[in-house]
Design a protein around this ligand. Structure first.
Ligand code: AMP
Length: 188
């Protein structure tokens, strides 16, 4: 099974993605985690990406598309989190997966209202100390989501691949909805 987890920053994709990939025993590809690893390693890619990440902006398409393409070759099943975030990325992903004869099955959209998202991100800032969880970058990331990422939803909607889930509630509640949405069994 090949799935994209989609939603605004703070929607819970990261937490749920790790759990779901483990349960389905499929590869977990999270572009934000990959970029933070590059930043931590001090690589050229990391240095470039950090400038965008610290402002709350998106890393340019060609950089991020190359990065993810180099990881798509693994097993048949994969769960992608934090990508695509632009229409160009969504089209590039479809093209790469079609070429490999491994088309995307579903895009799960986590619905969470704006006030709750900001609350969660502020909370995460105090718990994890992510350098892009400051009030200024949180607000920038929300704008970037609305302007550049939200249109991707219509792209998947028009091809009938969107499944929506309510992202409010405890992590277990959301996980159970997620399992149902992807057609897995509903148990922990
Ligand atoms: P995340 O952990 O998914 O919230 O990503 C953290 C930051 O990494 C984002 O605010 C972007 O700067 C960058 N990033 C992650 N994924 C992408 C992507 N698909 N396209 C562009 N930038 C990305």
């Amino acid at each position: 099974m090949r799935i994209v987890l989609f939603g605004p920053p703070g929607a819970g994709k990261g937490t749920q993605g790790v759990r779901l990939a483990e349960k389905l025993n499929i590869t977990h590809l999270a572009t934000g985690d990959m970029l933070r690893a590059e930043v931590g390693a001090g690589s050229e890619l990391g240095k470039l990406a950090k400038q965008y990440m610290d402002r709350g902006d998106l890393v340019p398409d060609e950089v991020i598309i190359n990065m993810i393409k180099s990881r798509l070759g693994g097993g048949d099943g994969m769960l992608i989190d934090g990508f695509p975030r632009t229409l160009g990325q969504a089209e590039a992903l479809d093209a790469a997966l079609q070429e490999a004869n491994k088309p995307l099955d579903k895009c799960v959209y986590f619905k969470v209202d704006q006030d709750e998202l900001v609350k969660r991100l502020i909370n995460r800032a105090s718990e994890q100390g992510r350098s892009d969880d400051t009030p200024e970058t949180i607000s920038r990331r929300m704008d970037v989501y609305q302007q550049q990422t939200a249109p991707v939803l219509d792209y998947y909607r028009s091809s009938g691949r969107i499944v929506e889930i309510d992202g409010l509630g405890t992590p277990d509640e959301v996980f159970n909805r997620l399992i149902l949405a992807v057609g897995g069994e509903n148990k922990n």
